[in-house]
Design a protein around this ligand. Structure first.
Ligand code: SAH
Ligand code: SF4
Ligand code: F3S
Length: 458
């Protein structure tokens, strides 16, 4: 039996993959320990933005430097950078003996004993599978109130800037029965909120694998049907998903926000740019008007819907007017939050060949404008909520409560972090509490347990 540690970079899918890996390693009898003592170190990597390879190399180097006296017996590079650079990583150290892309991950736990028994052995798992590969279950550990469930692997969109279709492969929807079984299992282990994960969740069921399964007579629902089935599971109080693609947002997906009480009024809908010209060159499959129309449709069904987004600035050929178009659509859409990035070339992606690249300093200046506007929008939207009440699913003791007293933190239905004050110290994990908002921070809200007085004030 060995000791291990996992270091995770990248998106929520990677975080979920690492949680799965840890659970299965524990089930195999291994123990999680400190990074400075572990026999096996797993790096679960991301290549979506700049310099991922250097990040992996310097992390490995740093581990080797700090552990000269007791070097780890096995270092493994997993995830998207492993898929991209594969066996090149073996040259980094004789201890680096396993590389596995996202589709190779399910086999990783079963190889650890063999790799530890044979110090010369090197293994690479870089083939894409043809269908979503089910993974062994691992330990049935209590999950905490929130849980993630993968509904697909990969992406078919090939947006011209993006590496993901090359690192995660083509889209493969997971079978309906396996998704339902995992949701039921996580609810039984303590989750009352589930977030469905995938690179393009609302294209669930729209890939070759799903079509073949349907042709065999297998039950393969649409995304909206899947939402309905999961929302109806006993014990589930909240359902969310990330990320949908605007081009695949159908009428029934919009309508779901009006008719599924468990579906939270929150949506991460990546915009990327507010300029139709730039969106066309990004290969996104929608234009500014279509995005604005989607937002209007969503708000018609659910006026309080909290929207968040991703924005890329400095895409090749982006000019000042394009940036203004992005800023004005951000305002019109009233995003509660956004993740914004400077465009960078990703190997294999089509935009690498575009000649009209934007200089770095101009990209940064534009990024600051986007971020300043977002800060302003968020401040206003949070401020408007002071004096109102909300429902918070408490997760952990609060890390940001500066006043005297006790507080727990959790998220409200809109996905905003809320710190809720209590009069006494106590255990509140997993409680869904009514809270009265007293103050807005820059990115979170402060509240206390709602009292009869708060209700009378309304
Ligand atoms: N499937 C998700 C995105 C996954 S990548 C979606 O389509 O929404 C997460 C975000 O990283 C993207 O939304 C995009 O904003 C950003 N991103 C991806 N490639 C990038 C690149 N080459 N340069 C800068 N940002 C990029
Ligand atoms: Fe990348 Fe586009 Fe697929 Fe998202 S939808 S993962 S941005 S190719
Ligand atoms: Fe990164 Fe791969 Fe996720 S590139 S964003 S870890 S899909």
């Amino acid at each position: 039996m060995a000791t291990f540690q996992i270091l995770t970079f990248g998106c929520q899918m990677n975080v979920n993959d690492s949680d799965w890996l840890a659970n299965v390693l524990l089930a195999h009898g291994h123990h999680r320990t400190d990074q400075n003592a572990a026999q096996c170190i797993f790096l679960n990597t991301c290549s979506v933005r700049e310099k991922p390879e250097q990040k992996v190399r310097s992390t490995v180097q740093q581990i080797l430097n700090t552990r000269k006296q007791n070097p780890p017996e096995l270092i493994a590079v997993l995830g998207c950078v492993a898929q991209q650079l594969g066996e090149d990583f073996f040259a980094l150290s004789p201890r680096l003996r396993l590389v596995a892309g996202p589709d190779g991950l399910p086999k990783v736990p079963g190889l650890v004993d063999e790799l530890l028994a044979e110090p010369q052995l090197k293994i690479s798992l870089l083939d894409f599978t043809k269908s979503y590969e089910e993974r062994e279950e691992g330990l049935a550990l209590p999950t905490g109130p929130t849980a993630y469930v993968n509904i697909m692997q990969g992406c078919d969109n090939f947006c011209t800037y993006c590496i993901v279709p090359f690192t995660r492969g083509r889209q493969k929807s997971r079978s309906f029965s396996a998704i339902m079984a995992e949701c039921r299992r996580k609810i039984a282990l303590g989750a009352c909120e589930i977030t469905l994960l995938g690179q393009n969740v609302n294209a669930y069921g729209c890939d070759r694998h799903a079509q073949q399964a349907r042709a065999r007579g297998e039950d393969f629902p649409s995304f909206a049907q899947l939402l309905r089935e999961i929302a109806a599971l006993p014990g589930l109080k909240r359902l969310r998903y990330t990320s949908p693609h605007p081009k695949d947002m159908r009428e029934e997906d919009i309508a779901a926000f009006g008719c599924l009480p468990a579906l939270c009024p929150q949506l991460h809908l990546p915009l990327q740019s507010g300029s139709s010209r730039v969106l066309a060159r990004m290969g996104r499959g929608y234009d500014r008007e279509r995005y604005a129309e989607l937002v209007r449709g969503l708000r018609h069904v659910r006026s309080d819907l909290a929207l968040s987004t991703d924005i890329i600035v400095g895409f090749p050929g982006e000019n000042d007017a394009d940036l203004e178009a992005t800023l004005s659509l951000m305002e019109e859409s009233q995003f509660l939050s956004s993740f914004s990035f400077c465009y960078s070339d990703r190997p294999g992606a089509r935009a690498v060949t575009f000649l009209d690249k934007i200089p770095k300093d101009l990209q940064h200046a534009r990024l600051i404008r986007v971020q300043n506007l977002q800060d302003e929008l968020q401040k206003q939207l949070l401020q408007q909520r002071v004096g109102t009440s909300t429902e918070v699913l408490l997760e952990t003791p609060s890390r940001r409560w500066t006043r005297a007293g006790y507080a727990w933190q959790g998220r409200d239905p809109y996905g905003t972090l809320v710190h809720v004050a209590f009069e006494q110290e106590g255990e509140h994990q997993g409680e869904l509490v009514a809270a009265h908002i007293t103050e807005a921070g820059s990115h979170c809200l402060f509240a206390h347990r709602e009292t009869a007085n708060d209700r009378n004030d309304r």
